[in-house]
Design a protein around this ligand. Sequence first.
Ligand SMILES: [Zn+2]
Length: 410
Amino acid sequence: MCVLKWLVVVCFACHGVPAAPPATEYRGAQWFDGEQFVARTMWVVGDRFVERKPSRVAHVVDLAGKFVVPPYGEGHNHWLEPALVDAYVAANLRGGIFYVRDMSTPFHDAIRPHVNTPASVDYIAAHQGFTGPDGHPLELIGMLEKMRVIPAGTNDAIVVASEADVDHAWPVLVASKPDFIKLFLVHSDEYAARLTGAPLGKKGIDPALVPGIVRRAHAAHLRVAAHIEDAADFHTAIAAGVDDIAHMPFVEDPAETYRLADVDVAAACARGVTVATTFDWMNDGKDAWIEVERANLAALRTHGCPIVIGTDLFRQTAAKEVDLIIEKHLMTNLELLVAWSVTTPLVIFPGRQIGRLADGAEASFLVLGGDPLADPKNLHAITLRVKQGREVVPGSAVLPPIGEWGAPSK
Ligand SMILES: [Zn+2]
């Protein structure tokens, strides 16, 4: 240690204090501070923000009155076509989405080389999720196989009916290094009746197995996300200790079945359980159903659960979910901006300095041509994307439109 100290002293004596790394100055913009936009100048050194002017400024970028926000997140999607992963990445980056949570995919190993680099999205995935015999999502997998979107025989779910089944599957799943664990609850209070009486996909995992999965996952330092469909599933998930709820209820008749119990919402929010939106069903939903969901959202808001923007739409991005939220007036402009650019990224990567534009945080941001608090459509008016200090230029690859599901994936 003495030698090292001596070398450092000699080095400084010969050459003086090492020159500070060059900074880039971003001037002339309004920066989102979590509540409002504030006119200020910011600097980037390496991959971090600096709020005080550094000694060496190598570049100056004039943002000419534009609006700067943290990059967005996608809290619920499924990447199922490794051959198209570059198009998935490009579509998300074009939309300003830098952080993606894949709520279960069997193609994780093929996807990972394409993500989590400076020029790509940062991505986490559950691998195969736990369901019951003939449970959701087996019917979707069968449909995608028939359409030749995914290869026949794809192993996309872990079917369990007993603790012994979970014991058997667990080490294999953990060895595949998932970022978190996913399980599927489908009207869990009717599990026994649906096991024999409901069609393929209209059932899920035995709710009695959920606490044991949560216990195993937490012992392995893994969070657990639950697919839920109604208020009973939400109760089952919260009582079992699940960390993340993958959907708001998919409301149908009788609508009261989908109204979350206040006591469950209070319990969930008290321990920071997060809830993803996935509101696409509203496009065909009755007004009465949407009103129940508004009440659910109000309860989550009252008790303070983090709300995550999640799409759950194959070959789509969270921009579509955001447009639906705008159209249905489900959030205020400020709530939507916070949910998409602060909460969702931090739920996906809780340990990182993201979702804020401040000293020491990762220098990742989007520049918008207009104020998204005045008009939320400006969330899409992106003129510049910077990730960890470097400009990101998305590729032009596009995903085949939905409805053209013919091409076999490799
Ligand atoms: Zn999903």
